[in-house]
Design a protein around this ligand. Structure first.
Ligand code: WTA
Length: 627
């Protein structure tokens, strides 16, 4: 897309929104093409988000069947194993057959349209197959990132009342085995309603199998047919639930539906990455996060792309791994997270320069703000100064990308996600919700719907409205702070709520606090993020112990381990500081602003502490700063 085409598209959505959004839907194969296009209101009376509401389609047909005639023998998924010892190609035909088989296995287990299926798998092709198999029969998948702990798994299974779990014996990452089946077994002690566990063999480790509940997929698929009639789905039927962290309470089940989500995932995959038929596209995200859903599986496959699925990590066996995989599979488009770029940048240019990367054409970044230094290194060293960088801003809630520079249409500014895509209406507002104009900073809201928007919080529509639409009446609040410059470019400055972004993993500080107070030694905890060179943000915990507990280094380490086990290793605190008291207002509210400043070591600037119930606690916190 060039600049003129971008402007024309922006104008067309203004002048003829129905026509624009209808045309966009034509990129999919529908069993019944929708006549109702957009029916949305962000206001409480009435409040609803519906797209293409009378359309009928099946996502797996769009990702598989419709490509078979012309691209049946083209590779759909290139799988690269952790060790690099195995790479396995799944053509569209093979992926179609495997999906149908798994769909038939699920049906035989009694899974029906609308049932929730939990998927707790590593980065192996069977994960994509399981997702597509659910879509084929109209089941709703809930993928849980393999780094989550048994407790986190249990909470997610209970929340959506899922009766079946697909997992693997073990996962492999950076040479380490992850005990997936064991984690599931432990989780299921709290989930008596789960009737079936399907186990895929990845490492062939010996795992306990519970009679009557657990079965190996290899046994179940014996003799199962490789065709399966797709379930006709209404555009607004649920496709998946994906749990994500918010500023309060337990993780929310973000629900995406069938038609609008796929339109937006496939449209943005083509537009943002300028995807051209036959190219090899590699998004390094784990399928357990939304980026993996939209840009490893659904977007690329809907577009008949070749998508690389990588089981490993950026620095194993060596820090050249990413670049070697690019050469090995002749990757044209590479999409990763700033945290990976920063950690590899620390290793210097040599591990990059010793590889060719001559196939690379475009680079992408996602998940957190990218600092200009990392952006420049990515552009200059990885992309040899010849590949444009798309800095894509979006969220689990938005389904797929919202804002990014478009190569050829928008000039790049390192660290800016440039401008919203046609149809996405950004606005900056002040704390009272008053729209701000021109070059300024504010809270980022979106004033109108787009097809990929989440439809509800699973099981709690009220929470959906309250979380996103009540702060700035009738507008979707992203939770992000943002600056707009004199050229109308947007610069995301990070979350303004109590969500933190640690190595691109989204965490609620409330979740970590709740884990900490679950420990018998802890009376109270307050958690904030602070700037971290590699991880973007680190986790800083202020912990008040119970009166009879002695603060020791051992206890500090124990509490870090406790959070690892309660939530997952990626949530492990970087700092635990024992605090005899926390700074509170007289009404008992913890003043996080002050804690953030202490964590950031911005001590000259603690602001007004006179409203605190006991201003002296601040002195103690400053004196005993950890880090
Ligand atoms: C942040 C990941 C700056 C932002 C797709 C958002 C970004 C949160 C960018 C969503 C970017 C994502 N620049 N910040 N390009 N992309 N973010 O739900 O704070 O895991 O609200 O979705 O990540 O994280 P989530």
């Amino acid at each position: 897309m060039d600049a003129a085409a971008y402007e024309a598209a922006v104008k067309r959505v203004e002048d003829d929104p129905e026509g624009y959004w209808r045309d966009l839907a034509k990129r999919l194969d529908w069993m019944t093409f929708p006549t109702q296009i957009k029916d949305t209101s962000f206001h409480k009376h009435p409040f609803h988000i519906r797209w293409y509401a009378d359309g009928v389609l099946n996502v797996s047909v769009n990702c598989l069947d419709r490509h078979l005639a012309e691209r049946g023998d083209q590779v759909a998924i290139i799988w690269e194993s952790d060790e690099g010892d195995i790479s396995d190609n799944f053509t569209y035909r093979r992926l179609y057959e495997e999906t149908c088989r798994m769909a038939n296995v699920l049906k035989a287990k009694g899974v029906k349209k609308g049932d929730r299926v939990t998927i707790y798998l590593p980065m192996i092709p069977q994960t994509a197959i399981a997702m597509l198999a659910c879509a084929r029969i109209g089941a709703v998948h809930s993928v849980i990132f393999g780094g989550f702990s048994p407790d986190s798994i249990a909470g997610r299974i209970q929340d959506c009342d899922s009766r079946i779990v697909i997992t693997a014996d073990e996962g492999l990452r950076g040479g380490k085995a992850i005990p997936l089946k064991r984690n599931v077994d432990e989780a299921l002690e709290q989930c008596p309603d789960v009737t079936d566990v399907i186990v895929i063999k990845r490492t062939k480790a010996d795992v306990p199998m519970k009679a009557g509940r657990d079965a190996f997929y290899a046994d179940l698929k014996q003799g199962v047919e490789a065709t399966c009639e797709p379930e006709p789905m209404n555009a607004e039927d649920p496709l998946f639930i994906l749990y994500t962290s918010g500023s309060t309470g337990k993780p929310k089940g973000v629900l995406h539906t069938t038609g609008g989500y796929l339109v937006w995932a496939s449209h943005t995959h083509e537009l943002v990455f300028d995807y051209r038929p036959g190219e090899v596209f590699w998004c390094t995200a784990d399928v357990g996060w939304v980026t993996g859903h939209s840009y490893v599986v659904y977007g690329p496959l809907a577009n008949a792309a070749t998508s690389v699925m990588f089981e490993g990590v950026p620095n194993y066996p060596t820090t050249s791994r990413f670049w070697e995989v690019i050469d090995k599979h002749k990757v044209e488009i590479f999409y990763t997270a700033p945290t990976a770029i920063r950690s590899l940048m620390r290793e210097g240019d040599e591990p990059v320069k010793k590889t060719s990367r001559s196939t690379l054409r475009l680079l992408g970044s996602v998940g957190e703000p990218i600092n200009p230094e990392a952006w420049l290194w990515y552009h200059r060293v990885v992309g040899d100064s010849r590949c444009p960088v798309v800095d894509t801003y979006w969220q689990t809630e938005t389904g797929a990308c919202l804002a990014t520079p478009l190569p050829g249409a928008t000039a790049m500014k390192p660290g800016s996600c440039a401008k919203p895509l046609p149809g996405i209406k950004f606005e900056l507002v002040d704390a009272e919700g008053k729209p701000l104009h021109g070059a300024t900073s504010g809270n980022l809201v979106i004033t109108d719907s787009w097809p990929g928007q989440m439809r509800t919080v699973y099981g709690d529509h009220e929470r959906f409205f309250n979380t996103y639409f009540s702060t700035y009446g009738g507008k979707y609040f992203t939770g992000d702070g943002c600056r707009r410059d004199e050229d109308g470019y947007y610069w995301i400055t990070g979350r303004v709520d109590d969500v933190i972004n640690v190595s691109g993993h989204r965490l609620g500080t409330a979740e970590i606090e709740s884990a900490l107070v679950g420990n018998e030694n802890v009376a109270e905890a307050a958690v904030v993020g602070y700037p971290h060179d590699v991880k973007g943000q680190g986790v800083y915990c202020f912990v008040t112990l119970k009166a009879d507990v002695t603060p020791t280094d051992i206890l500090q380490a124990e509490l870090k381990g406790w959070v690892r086990r309660e939530i997952g290793p990626f949530a492990a605190p970087d700092v635990v500081q024992f605090a005899p008291g926390l700074p509170k207002t007289r009404s008992g509210k913890i003043m996080r602003r002050i804690l953030r400043k202490i964590a950031e070591n911005d001590l000259s600037n603690l602001g007004d502490t006179s409203t605190l119930a006991d201003p002296a606690v601040v002195d103690d916190l400053v004196k005993n700063r950890g880090g």
